[in-house]
Design a protein around this ligand. Structure first.
Ligand SMILES: Cc1cc2nc3c(=O)[nH]c(=O)nc-3n(C[C@H](O)[C@H](O)[C@H](O)COP(=O)(O)O)c2cc1C
Length: 293
């Protein structure tokens, strides 16, 4: 897959309609990942679904989405956007994943990201990504159903993320996205109640960056397929850290809430001057250099 630059929009942030894909493209992203889409429409949890905490946010949206057939219309409209559009999908079973995958491929997605790592949705999400056998079944089923590349988005809370990475690669994944949010919660001390309606959500933003860097580093050592780094990237230095750990592209989510869409341009410019200053021809020369002895 050719990306005009290695900065992608992360799943779940703005990627819900043709007009928003367009705005993200105009802001300078190198690819757009959509909000995760399931087979059937889903309302998600009642508010509050997101809360700001030290160095990040905790969200439990509950995977709200209009269902694959309805969302396919937004993908279909997006042929005017000259950027790779990657559809993030979820499901309860390998068959459900495969049905959604076929719908988004038909609509024009150029790749699929399997969300097997949502930390706060029952029956879907991390329950799959934390189980190597189930992950393998989902990846194999989707791989045999579509022709476009598939990325597997891994959960950080597993005994050993390398095990899930290896099994995903063996089952046919074309790339791995590392990491999704991390289970967390926040309590209102005036009322003594959890703030989010779902009580527990997923932590994102700068707070999780060192964990994400470690996960990318560990996964890179074990697989040959590309690793896409995500988690707390807010500036160009963060992006470089992920490349050095082994990411060949990165995704940006929470930083958009902190800095706005100009963050794509800001990171691109910072990266460009770092490469010039240090005599690198291309950012790919940075990928994995933290693994040198
Ligand atoms: C409000 C919100 C919604 C999200 N929704 C999804 C989603 O639908 N699918 C998914 O795979 N990840 C979702 N994520 C996780 C992000 O894609 C990303 O993995 C995570 O936030 C870490 O990156 P960041 O620190 O740059 O935000 C969501 C994150 C946030 C903050």
């Amino acid at each position: 897959m050719h990306l005009p630059n290695p900065l992608m929009l992360a799943a779940g942030i703005l990627g819900i309609s043709h007009s928003l894909f367009k705005r993200v493209a105009e802001a300078g992203a190198g690819a757009v990942v959509t909000k995760s889409i399931g087979l059937h429409p889903r309302q998600g949890y009642p508010n509050p679904t997101i809360v700001g905490v030290e160095s990040g946010f905790i969200n439990a949206m509950g995977l709200p989405n209009p269902g694959a057939k309805e969302f396919a219309k937004e993908i279909n409209k997006s042929k005017d956007i000259k950027l790779p559009l990657i559809a993030s999908i979820f499901g309860e079973t390998p068959e459900e994943f495969s049905e959604v995958a076929c719908i988004v491929e038909e609509a024009g997605a150029v790749a699929i990201e399997l969300n097997v790592s949502c930390p706060h949705a029952e029956k879907v999400g991390a329950v799959i990504g934390q189980d190597p056998n189930l992950t393998s079944k989902v990846v194999k089923k989707v791989k045999s159903s579509v022709e476009i590349p598939i990325f597997v988005k891994l959960p950080p809370l597993v005994t050993d993320i390398r095990e899930i990475a290896i099994i995903s690669e063996k089952s046919g994944a074309d790339a791995l996205t590392v990491i999704n949010t991390i289970r967390a919660m926040s309590i209102d001390i005036e009322t003594g109640r959890p703030i989010l309606s779902n009580k527990i959500g997923g932590l994102s933003g700068p707070a999780i960056k060192p964990i994400a860097v470690r996960c990318v580093f560990e996964v890179y050592e074990k697989v040959k397929i590309p690793v896409i780094g995500v988690g707390g990237i807010t500036n160009w230095k963060d992006a470089i850290e992920f490349f050095m750990a082994g990411a060949s592209a990165v995704q940006i989510g929470t930083a958009i809430a902190i800095k706005g869409l100009s963050v794509f341009q800001e990171i691109k410019e910072g990266l460009r001057s770092y490469l010039n200053k240090n005599d690198y021809k291309n950012y790919m020369e940075l990928v994995g250099i933290a693994h040198r002895n």
